[in-house]
Design a protein around this ligand. Structure first.
Ligand SMILES: Cc1cc2nc3c(=O)[nH]c(=O)nc-3n(C[C@H](O)[C@H](O)[C@H](O)COP(=O)(O)O)c2cc1C
Length: 160
């Protein structure tokens, strides 16, 4: 039972979150990490559950993550219904709109929410801070690890 983690990241925050989740998930079962730009409909079809991870940009999912969903939405519609998923959003100060947008897409696919969205805020406020490479505190990465491990363990045990 494979967990597919698809992420986009411009300044590294979402990448750190996705990698932390992948590392923890891999201890519980098969886990694949793909960038949004390289993930294809076949990758979604081949997986048994999903973790989507992206930044909030301009009160929405980042463009590259949205482009992944746009590109894959119809090719897999009706073919992945009922599979579990979770979301992780890296935001400056909010993240709610990106989480809501991704959840609506997942609802369209008839995926099953396995965990509430995990939103981490970097508290970057100035243009310089927003464009800077991000670090995520270990205790926040632990929350990503917990989410990845719970998803992968649930998939392996067939609890979803
Ligand atoms: C163009 C742009 C727009 C942004 N808009 C928002 C926003 O609407 N809400 C928010 O909370 N953060 C916003 N941010 C901050 C990013 O979400 C934050 O820097 C996050 O760490 C980016 O994730 P990444 O490091 O994976 O790229 C924005 C950043 C950029 C570059």
């Amino acid at each position: 039972m494979t967990l597919l983690i698809v992420y986009h990241s411009r300044t590294g925050g979402s990448r750190l979150m996705a990698e932390a989740a992948r590392d923890a998930a891999a201890e519980e079962g098969p886990a694949r990490l793909l960038r949004a730009e390289e993930a294809e409909p076949e990758d979604l079809l081949d997986a048994d559950g999903y973790l989507f991870c992206a930044p909030e940009n301009l009160a929405a999912l980042s463009g590259a993550m949205k482009e992944f969903f746009d590109r894959c939405y119809y090719p897999v519609l009706g073919r992945i219904e009922g599979r579990p998923y979770a979301l992780m959003i890296c935001a400056g100060s909010d993240g709610e709109n990106a989480a809501r947008q991704a959840a609506r897409i997942a609802t369209g696919w008839r995926l099953k929410e396995a965990q509430p969205p995990l939103i981490l805020c970097t508290h970057a406020q100035t243009p310089e801070a927003i464009m800077a490479k991000k670090t995520i505190p270990e205790e926040e990465l632990d929350r990503c690890r917990e989410l990845g491990a719970a998803l992968a363990a649930g998939l392996s045990m067939g609890v979803f």
